[in-house]
Ligand binder design. Structure first.
Ligand SMILES: [Zn+2]
Length: 264
């Protein structure tokens, strides 16, 4: 089984602060990359122990969250911004059987979600797809679901785990910290977080052989509502063709194809 691993920084144990850790000008940013990479490596170990034949790690953190020289020797890394065009990325995604997420945070607006945000922590208030709030987890699960690829495992902050369990029946989650607010959390120790990730993801891939998690697919047509914090960002979004302006800060996009809409 070939596994595509989507990674992020804000849901890693020990990383609680945008300004000090997960923004690239943070004084502890390089240390945060090492913490994230160690959780990723624990997940790669668990996947390989559980029978994965290949693991591609996608560095999903905006400014880069993987410390390259520390990456697991058996993993490959997909990285670099701007991200490749979706048409090219789709050819890569289609080669994989399963998707997993490591280091994930909850969607923007989650009460206790440590470093909660959706895509841009500085501009986006919320996304709703067909009336249901979604964050980055829903985006990944639905995008890969359109290829028939199920999201079977997620580790990260506890609210991200709850968000995933509400979306995907049978998914395995591992909480490595409990958010107390957007800038605070109770983290497990680094060692314990890595142990739980390794064991949890191994169990998830083993379980997939007997009790498979289904790909997440919602019926279309699709309406994606995006609300921004500021009117100038909404002005820019509304200037794109086919985008409907709902109010000063909100736009709506329409499509029959979830892949065309969910990352626009
Ligand atoms: Zn991030």
């Amino acid at each position: 089984m070939k596994v595509f691993m989507v990674t992020d920084m804000e849901g890693v144990a020990g990383i609680v602060s945008f300004t000090q850790q997960s923004y690239p000008d943070g004084i502890y940013y390089e240390q945060a990359k090492k913490l994230e990479t160690a959780e990723v490596n624990a997940a790669v170990d668990g996947l390989l122990e559980g029978g994965a034949t290949e693991v591609l790690v996608w560095d999903g953190h905006g400014a880069g969250g993987i410390s390259f020289e520390d990456l697991h020797p058996k993993a490959k890394l997909l990285h670099g911004r701007p991200s490749p065009p979706w048409s090219r990325l789709n050819e890569v995604i289609a080669q994989y059987d399963l998707v997993v997420m490591v280091g994930q945070h909850a969607m923007a607006g989650t009460l206790t979600g440590n470093q909660n945000h959706t895509q841009s922590s500085r501009t986006i208030d919320y996304y709703k797809l067909n009336g249901k709030p979604i964050g980055e987890i829903g985006q990944i699960a639905l995008y890969f679901g359109s290829f028939g690829i199920p999201l079977i495992f997620l580790s990260g902050e506890i609210d991200a785990c709850k968000e995933t369990e509400e979306l995907i029946p049978g998914v395995t989650t591992v909480a490595v910290k409990q958010g107390l607010g957007r800038g605070s959390a109770i983290s497990l120790s680094a060692q314990e977080a890595r142990r739980l990730i390794r064991e949890g993801i191994r169990a998830a891939i083993e379980k997939q052989r007997t009790e498979p998690v289904a790909p997440l697919v919602w019926p279309g047509p699709y309406v994606l509502e995006k609300r921004y914090f500021h009117t100038d960002v909404a002005d820019g979004a509304a200037s794109q063709p086919g985008v409907e302006r709902v109010d000063s800060q909100t736009v709506r996009l329409h499509s029959d194809d979830v892949r065309d809409i969910i990352y626009r």
